[in-house]
Each structure stands twice: as structure tokens, then as C-alpha cells.
Design a binder for this molecule. Sequence first.
Ligand code: H2U
Ligand code: ZN
Length: 348
Amino acid sequence: MDVRFQTNPHRRLNPLTGEWVLVSPHRALRPWQGQQEKAFIPEGKPHDPGCYLCRGNVRANGMRNPDYQQTFVFDNDFAALKADSPEMAADDAGLMVAEGESGSCRVVCFSARHDLTLARMATADIARVIDVWVEQFVDLAGRDDIGYVQIFENRGEIMGCSNPHPHGQIWASRTVPNEVAKECDRQTDYLAKTGRPLLLDYLDKELVSGERIVFHNEHFVVLVPFWAVWPFETMLLPRRAVTGLDQLAAGERQALAEAVSVLTIRYDNLFQTSFPYSMGFHQRPTDGSPHPEWVLHAHFYPPLLRSASVKKFMVGYELLAGPQRDITPESAAERLRALPAIHYLDLA
Ligand code: H2U
Ligand code: ZN
């Protein structure tokens, strides 16, 4: 890439959303006098009697979890969406528009072990989580009242996650939510213009350049997107045009499990902490159309900037004008790429 981008303020376009990010690489040279933090050593137990996700325990609504051995899925007891919602009318001027929204929310326990995270789980056990995501996607996508299935994980207290037990959530809604709708429009336009899926063309360019690649195997690539907003934001992309998790062959699910494992281990190694993030998969809307414009992908949005406790804040200019970053996506990728793929707790 043009070296001028490594030292001068510039903005980059996210072709999936049409939004710009301001990059100020010269600011990364500012002096930093933060404290060096000690490596985080977890002290959790494999089973916590007070955890509402551990096996055999009673949840907030009085239901008892089964004695599950690996994964466990249940309907969220405090679901943001319900099976039906009344019709609502807009005002005449269209200035106060609301509509009923329906759907389903589920919680997915990744492991029976309370003290693990994806980064500490064996690849085979992550593959089991991927199988569960596929089952859930197929089940929800098959419903007439579901137009989009959002699979995600909120990791770490700093992200507002309420429980360290490894788990994620699924929110399936009647309509296509904002972020996905933007990506839908952009990918549709690109396919119409070029006859190729946007993300496959993008991936080809990234593989040629190599400077933002963090990890790759036979079927998946992990990279810091050219337009990343969060300091160590990444994207996981398949090497072929699959529109959803359900289209992955067995070997591809395995490769995805490996990619998730390596990425989350390197994230933990970066600041020797249990690395917080929000991650999730973007897949085709489930309206029954094939959506040839879509390429399945996962986004990881981690907030940490400099250490286990120093995070990036989306405030000021970012809230009022647009996102901004200091360290370039290229240097973030270089740092992640250089980290060992063995967890620091296993090296200790
Ligand atoms: P978070 O840790 O990301 O907040 O997710 C936990 C979810 O678990 C949350 O959505 C649900 C909350 O509603 N939950 C239950 O369904 N039952 C409970 O007993 C407690 C929490
Ligand atoms: Zn637990």
C-alpha cells in the first residue's frame, strides 16, 4: 500500500456499509505512560453453583438446566423479541414511525465448563459449537416469521456480558436489522455491477497484498479489514461463496473452528488477558431467496487499545461525526500475526 497512508491522516471507505473511517496514523506516535499490567490468571471453577448457565442449576425463571455434557441451548428467559407483537400505525407525517417486531431469542452455552472461553476450548469442542450454530440457523431460518438470524457472542464484563460462563446468543427477527440491511444493499449493488460477490473480490485483493492477513487455512481467512474501526477488529471470511453457515461442508466447519481458535488465542495473547469482544456472523437473510450477493462472514469487534484495561472509547468526534482510529489496520494485523498460536496460560 502507498506509504503515505502510513503517516498521513486519511479516510477509508467500508464498502459493506458505505461508511467512512478517519485514520490518523501519526497520532499513534504520541507518548504513552500507561502502566504495564501483569498477565491475567483466571481462577474460575469448572462448575459454579451460583451460575445460571451451569448444568443442573436453576435459572432466574425457576427452570432447571439439564445435566448437559457439551453444549446447551434454551429460549432466553428475558427475550428482547417475542413470538408476536401487535400492528402499530405511523403518524401521518411519517415522523414518528413504529412497527411491531417479532422473533425469538436463544442462549447457547458453548461448554459445560464454567471456567473456559473459546480461546481455552479445544478445536474439536469449538467445532461442536459451530454444529449447534448451524442447527439453530437451519431451525430458525425455516420459520415463515423469521427474516434474519443473528448469531453473536458478547465476551467480557467490559462488553456488558453478565456471566463468564462461555455462551453466546441468537436473536432471530421478522425484519432485517440495520447493519445487515446496509451490507445487503451494498453486496446487491456490487453483484449487479460486476457479476461477482463483493467479499470474494475483496478477499482476492487482500490475499494478494497480504498486509492485513492475520491467519489463513485451506477454507478460511482472518484479516483486519482495510476499513476497520476498532483497533484490533477482524473479519473471518470463507474462500468460496457460501451465503450461510448451513452451506459449509464438514471440512469447512473444521477449518472455521481452527480459525476461531487461533484468532481468540492470539487475542488473549495480545495483552495477556481474557480478551473481550463482541463477535457475530453475518449471513443471508432468511426470506427464502438464495441471496447470491451474500458471503458468510464473522466480525470481531474488540474494544481494547493498549493493554488489558485501556480501551478505545467511541465518544466525542466518533459519536457526533464518525469513527476514527490511530493505529493502522496494517500495524494491527502485523501485531496479531506475530503472536504465538499457543495460549499464554499454556506457555506459562
Ligand atoms: P449476556 O451474558 O450476553 O448478557 O447473555 C446472557 C443472557 O442470558 C441474557 O440475554 C439471559 C439474559 O436475558 N438469561 C436467561 O435467559 N436466564 C437467566 O436465568 C439469566 C440470564
Ligand atoms: Zn457456569
